[in-house]
Ligand binder design. Structure first.
Ligand code: FES
Ligand code: FE
Length: 433
């Protein structure tokens, strides 16, 4: 089934077995070959500003304590006692100098070292305290974003590779982004890949799935106009590569039409724009992206023509954590430029949650469909059928674009989703490139 899928991509047929969406063996393979080796977003530095501050975050179903130690260094530990496996930290956030296991009382300092074992002198005479500290994974930062990885092949910077060119526009040229909230989270019964694929830039679904949202004026007029006349004010960027030459992510950008107002995603940003990419930032009214495997972002001015200055943009970063082949934990951070006032940040939070909170209009539109896909992918028929990403396989790239990736002057194709699946099949089959 998987080799057939690879052949189908090599032959530009782009067919995907429906079964890969909902299959326990595939899920196990994903945890081993994708989630243990990739860099996974864990949270923002601002969430744990002080020594001892911690937050519990996930890589797939595995919980990790992400903590700033007494030495100010951020580390991440598997949230499981080395004695008999009990979860040692049961609150999502807090500040601790040490953790004491609720089962038999082993304790660890905030650098992961085992420092106390009840009755040690009487019953654990040979216990090597150095050896039985908490299991630590690798942690690295891109700007103020913290990533973790159990066994990475390359460093975070190399992993993000060409995607950094565009991530920098959002996370550097804006003056940096900060989280407005602790992430809101909910678990729902669809497969994680559908969300990650969709946020790679699924322009084709927006006006169908989100028709009501658009009809009632929550989506920009340009979105609807663009549906009729593709390519008016947008690009898609597919096939961004890491330093090993593997595709790592895709972005979509939409621009303010005509004379570009200083909207910058709908935010007013105090930036000097002394980077050539500043010109790009000034034009952008909307972006959506996925960095493999499960980090997605969405920032959208309320109106691409800048006509609704009373409204704040939708602005978020999220991860799709698989809890099973048919269960996903979605964690979403509302983000704003660092210099945004608390009042604007509150408005951004309200509008973002009204679209993409657990009960948000766009979220409900999407998740009801994604649950359906996951449901039909469960059974016998799914084994015999394929889905496809065949739209516009031969679309010529845009000439003269300065940044990396394969850039097209429209988002009406499926190349960005193909980027996601190319990397997925490569990792699952263990291909080099
Ligand atoms: Fe933690 Fe026994 S499981 S002390
Ligand atoms: Fe959607």
């Amino acid at each position: 089934m998987l080799r057939k899928m690879r052949d189908s991509f090599s032959n530009q047929q782009y067919e995907i077995p429906l079964k890969v969406i909902n299959d326990y063996q595939i899920y196990e393979l994903e945890l081993e070959k994708i989630f243990s080796r990739s860099w996974i977003f864990l949270g923002f530095e601002e969430e744990i500003p002080n020594e001892g501050d911690y937050m519990v975050r996930y890589i797939g179903p595995d919980p990790f304590i992400v903590i700033r130690g007494d030495d100010n260094k951020i580390r991440a530990f598997f949230n499981s006692c080395r004695h008999r496996g009990s979860m040692i930290c049961t609150s999502e956030y807090g500040n601790a100098r040490k953790f004491t296991c609720p089962y038999h009382g082993w304790s660890y300092d905030n650098k992961g070292k085992l420092i106390g074992v009840p009755l040690r002198d009487r019953i654990y005479k040979n216990l090597d305290m150095e050896k039985w500290g908490l299991i630590e994974i690798n942690v690295e930062k891109y700007e103020n974003l913290i990533f973790g990885s159990e066994s990475p092949r390359i460093g975070l910077s190399e992993y993000l590779g060409e995607a950094k060119y565009y991530l920098d526009i959002i996370f550097k040229l804006t003056g940096g982004m900060r989280p407005v909230n602790t992430p809101f989270k909910f678990t729902t019964d669809f497969n994680w890949k559908i969300g990650a694929e969709n946020f790679s830039e699924d322009r084709l679904h927006t006006v169908v799935t989100h028709k009501t949202v658009a009809d009632f004026g929550f989506a920009s007029p340009v979105s609807r106009f663009g549906y009729i006349t593709p390519g008016t004010n947008e690009v898609s960027i597919a096939d961004l590569k890491d330093t090993e030459g593997k595709v790592i992510g895709a972005f979509g950008f939409r621009f303010t039409p005509g004379e570009h107002i200083p909207g910058y995603f709908g935010f007013r940003i105090n930036s000097t724009f002394n980077d050539p990419r500043g010109n790009l930032l000034k034009k952008i009214s909307h972006t959506v992206f996925t960095i493999f495997p499960n980090l997605s972002g969405f920032i959208a001015a309320d109106s691409s023509d800048g006509s609704r200055k009373d409204r704040a943009p939708v602005s978020l970063l999220r991860v799709w954590q698989p809890l099973g082949p048919d269960k996903t934990l979605i964690q979403t951070w509302v983000i704003t430029p660092k210099d945004t006032s608390d009042e604007i940040a509150k408005r951004v939070y309200e509008i973002t949650i009204s679209h993409f909170g657990p009960g948000g209009a766009a979220e409900q539109d999407d998740t009801s469909i994604w649950r359906g896909i996951t449901q039909v992918a469960r059974g016998y028929f799914a084994k015999m059928n394929t889905t496809n990403l065949k739209a516009e396989p031969d679309l010529p790239p845009l000439e003269g674009w300065e940044g990396p990736g394969i850039v097209r002057p429209t988002q009406f194709h499926e190349e960005c989703q193909r980027t996601f699946w190319r990397r997925w099949i490569m990792e699952i089959l263990g291909d080099k490139k």
